[in-house]
Design a protein around this ligand. Structure first.
Ligand code: ACO
Length: 396
């Protein structure tokens, strides 16, 4: 039995729990790599479909393999009728992340490969999940606004089809290209909270849809993927604020966090945030939404100055900071921003679930089972004396 390691209340920072071949981060240098490729190269040149293939299969596809993969994604653009009926029963006020999470087990009920334990079946399930999460998000947006659900268009790309089903009109090429790049940037990020949740559930041999539902729950939190929605709320509040620097200072003085800043691993600027910042600038030119972009620049500047003054120089914008204005300029409401994160990260989650289940990078995949120190009531190993209530007396 290995020697017990005691690392409490650190959120497992610095603890290595597995090997992975999927992605790598150098938090000091601000480097992110998927399967050997720098995120900058992928964001600039690769499509989301290519990156999803890379994450799932381990190598970049050739032209034929990519076309085949894209066709599989397109052919899976359907939702079971009972799922749409269930969405129509949800109150319009429901949080889109709750709706998305609840949809995943409903998708499982229509999954032909659910109990097939082969790797091939898991790849087929991954393709269906990657293809269908955007359909759920778009359908929910239409349903809650009492608009007609738009049928998918199988002649256009993954990102373009999502915008089409969301807005009900042909998407602008620049916008669908920008969304595709965002999907590339968010697709994987080693053992972040939601990916670890998915792997932990997969380690019990639960099926892929259970693992993904757990991951969506973890992503929804405001310290993780939920931060982009919080950033957008902040920017909308601040776009007319004349003194953003004082707002930032007061917030930090009050012990509150600036959302979209700081990272558990990056101690310098998140490489994805650099890309998204440039993209936000370009989209502001195109859409004329300069107020939102200017507000984000001012929050960043003021926060960096305040963090410097407080000796916290490693807190910089993370992926959620500039993705919020980017999505907003695409016409995406703040509470759909975290679901869009999920619609990208599903590729990484599925790759990790497959790695966890089939153990390609590990000597022997194990059921995760940490320990905790018990600090509650203790009356010795015999236990505290239990006095049964008269009405609870059981027949011996
Ligand atoms: N604003 C203000 N203070 C911050 C921030 C922030 N955004 N981030 C970290 N700090 C401070 C903490 O208050 C803490 O200060 P203390 O030592 O005086 O108590 C210190 O920096 C360390 O913070 P921790 O949460 O303990 O550690 P970590 O650096 O691992 O935190 C985290 C990472 C949780 C992401 C944090 O930076 C945060 O809460 N950021 C805001 C939420 C956010 O943007 N989340 C998205 C992250 S990216 C992603 O998940 C996709």
């Amino acid at each position: 039995m290995p020697h017990a390691v005691r690392i409490k209340n650190t959120g497992l920072r610095g603890v290595t729990v597995a090997d992975t071949k999927i992605s790598f981060i150098d938090g000091e240098k601000g480097i992110l790599i998927y399967r050997g490729y720098r995120i900058e190269d992928l964001a600039e040149h690769a499509t989301f479909a290519e990156v999803a293939y890379l994450l799932l299969k381990g190598t970049l596809p050739g032209s034929e393999a990519l076309e085949d993969f894209e066709n599989q994604l397109k052919n899976a653009r359907t939702l079971p009728e009972h799922l749409l009926d269930a969405l129509k029963c949800c109150p319009a006020t429901a949080n889109p992340m709750d709706v998305l999470q609840a949809s995943v087990p409903l998708l499982a009920t229509a999954e032909p490969d659910l109990t097939d334990e082969s790797r091939e079946a898991h790849e087929r399930m991954a393709i269906r999940l990657i293809s269908r999460l955007p359909l759920v998000i778009a359908a929910w947006e239409r349903i809650r606004r009492r608009k007609e659900i738009i049928e998918p268009d199988v002649s256009i790309s993954h990102a373009a089809n999502f915008l089409y089903m969301l807005h009900g009109r042909e998407p602008d090429e620049v916008m669908s290209g920008a969304l595709d790049t965002c999907l590339v940037l968010h697709a994987d990020h080693t053992f972040n909270a939601s990916t670890f949740a998915s792997r932990q559930v997969a380690s019990t041999r639960a099926h892929m849809y259970s693992s993904v539902a757990a991951a969506i729950g973890a992503l929804s939190g405001s310290l993780h993927g939920g931060a982009n929605t919080e950033v957008m709320k902040m920017l909308l509040e601040l776009k007319k604020e004349p003194d953003i620097a004082s707002w930032v200072k007061d917030r930090l003085d009050g012990g509150e966090r600036i959302m979209g800043m700081g990272h558990a691993v990056y101690k310098t600027m998140d490489p994805r945030a650099k890309f998204l910042k440039q993209m936000a600038g370009k989209l502001a030119e195109i859409t004329g939404m300069h107020d939102i972009y200017e507000a984000s620049l001012k929050v960043e500047e003021a926060a960096l100055e305040e963090f410097e003054r407080r000796g916290k120089t490693t807190i910089k914008p993370n992926v959620d900071f500039y993705s919020a204005p980017v999505y907003y300029m695409m016409g995406i409401p703040p509470d759909l921003m975290t679901p869009i994160f999920a619609m990208s990260r599903i590729a990484g989650w599925c790759a990790h679930i497959i790695e966890e289940k089939f153990g390609e990078a590990q000597e022997k995949p194990a059921l995760y089972r940490p320990k905790a120190d018990y600090v509650g009531e203790y009356c010795g190993l015999m236990g505290c004396k239990y006095e049964p209530r008269e009405e609870n007396k059981k027949i011996a």
